[in-house]
Design a protein around this ligand. Structure first.
Ligand code: ZN
Length: 468
């Protein structure tokens, strides 16, 4: 016999998620649609500084805008031009306020050209070099935009609701290679330098723009006509192949699972030293920590790197193709990327391994809930968006996707996911879009489930006893 008691889920014993100073965050008012961002950079690698021009084409939403505010932290702004006309501006170290000499006309795009430099970059763009204590460190440059750090390496409207095409043209000493989003359209030699020109024709947000510069071993693979490349520090070619070699199979798998063929012209993964995270799903150009590279011995019993590769690749759909319109909905992408580790485990190692993997994810969330705090997965009250990247949006998010799947059944779940991805490809999404797509594609109204598990904290807590 089994006795089941459901207990109250929101007891006051939990500590607050909100740190002192937390407040509601909203996307700023939009002056218009950013259509294109073009960076032209000159890197002075030995002195760890750079100069550049950032061109932003903006299609104004209305007439008469005379004042624009961009994010630009610790950059030295040298000039702002629209066409041939210099614009007056004021830079307070965090934001760049531009007074337009000509008020905007709705629908008539303007191009801002902002000349700037960064002499001591602190965030956004990082220089790595050998040190006294680590003489074998490679010379490298890499960027990290998520969540709001792109503003540290180029001036921009830095929030995920603005999607645009982009290009990066960068001049570096010629022994180095520069890798970025999209396609490499040109490489030029100029004296002792090389110029790399990358163009991303699919829209994406500023936080997914990236640049990596270094000397790499490059492995070229391919999936269905799409170049798949792995970059690692010189001499680690075999480790790179061992660690990332399943990528083409994963591209096939996720294209099928999500009902949408991989959307970008190439997929590159670059392993970099001193990376601050495990991996970052920059559009078509994922960065991975070089600590994920496996030698022969480590590969025997380590699938962490394989799951990292799967997680970042799944983001190319959930995060990059469908972009969250605000950090508060980050669970939509992080939950699915984390659930994709389960999907890939199921595909490679079978249903039992997948169930065990899922159990691990659940326990990881339960531990945070028990020892740190309990919160709704969707909340816009925080001090900094990075606080949201916790076990609630990753592991609980994955569990909630699995619960939706269990509730709908396999057929309807995948129907809903395919509908969601196809409807919102190359646009922004929030949680409500997922609820509505489930309704539209399956007829099921899951608001009761989202209310309990997504918009409120906690989970069912059963005390189970038995007697016989
Ligand atoms: Zn992720």
């Amino acid at each position: 016999m089994l006795n089941v008691y459901a207990l109250d889920t929101e007891t006051p014993k939990h500590k607050s998620f909100e740190l002192p100073g937390a407040h509601p965050h909203y996307t700023p008012d939009r002056p218009g649609q950013v259509e294109h961002i073009a960076l032209d950079l000159l890197l002075d690698i030995s002195n760890q500084r750079y100069t550049g021009t950032c061109r932003i084409r903006l299609n104004p939403v209305r007439n008469g805008i005379t004042y624009l505010t961009l994010d630009a932290v610790t950059l030295q702004i040298e000039s702002v031009m629209v066409g041939n006309l210099a614009q007056t501006f004021d830079h307070d170290g965090e934001q760049l306020h531009i007074t337009l000499s000509q008020p905007t006309v709705a629908g008539q795009s303007i191009e801002l050209a902002i000349a700037y430099r960064s002499d001591t970059p602190q965030r956004g763009l990082y220089f790595v070099a050998p040190t006294e204590h680590q003489p074998n460190k490679p010379i490298l440059v890499w960027t990290q935009g998520e969540d709001e750090d792109s503003r540290y390496w180029f001036p921009c409207f830095d929030y995920p609701g603005q999607l645009s095409t982009s290009e990066i043209r960068v001049r570096v000493p010629k022994q180095y290679q520069a890798i970025s989003n999209g396609e490499l359209v040109e490489t030029l030699e100029a004296e002792n330098d090389k110029i790399f020109h990358w163009v991303q024709k699919q829209v994406h947000p500023t936080y997914l723009m990236t640049l990596v510069v270094g000397e790499f071993d490059e492995i070229c693979d391919e999936w269905d006509g799409i170049p798949v490349t792995y970059y690692a520090q010189r001499g680690r070619q075999a480790d790179a192949q061992r660690t990332m070699g399943k990528t083409p199979a994963m591209l096939e798998f996720f294209s099928d699972r999500f009902g949408y063929r991989y959307a970008f012209p190439k997929y590159a993964q670059v392993c970099v030293t001193d990376f601050t995270f495990g991996g970052m799903e920059n559009t078509s150009c994922t960065l991975l920590t070089d600590r994920c590279l496996l030698d022969e011995r480590a590969a025997l019993d380590n699938t962490n790197s394989e799951m990292l590769v799967a997680h970042e690749l799944a983001h190319q759909w959930f995060g990059d193709l469908l972009v969250i319109n605000h950090w508060s909905h980050a669970w939509v992408k992080e939950g699915m990327a984390t659930y994709s580790e389960v999907l890939w485990t199921d595909n490679q190692y079978g249903a039992e391994e997948a169930a065990y993997y899922r159990l691990g994810e659940m326990r990881s969330y339960l531990s945070e809930d028990k020892t740190r705090y309990r919160r709704p997965m969707v909340t816009h009250v925080y001090r900094a968006p990075i606080e949201l990247y916790d076990r609630h949006i990753y592991e609980k998010g994955a569990c909630v996707y699995h619960m939706i799947r269990t509730e709908l059944g396999d057929e309807l779940f995948w129907q809903a996911i395919h509908g969601f991805v196809n409807k919102f490809a190359h646009t922004t999404v929030e949680t409500l879009d997922l609820i509505r797509t489930i309704e539209a594609t399956t007829g099921r109204n899951l608001r009761f489930l989202f209310d309990q598990y997504v918009y409120r904290g906690g989970h069912p807590d059963f005390k189970v006893t038995y007697r016989w």
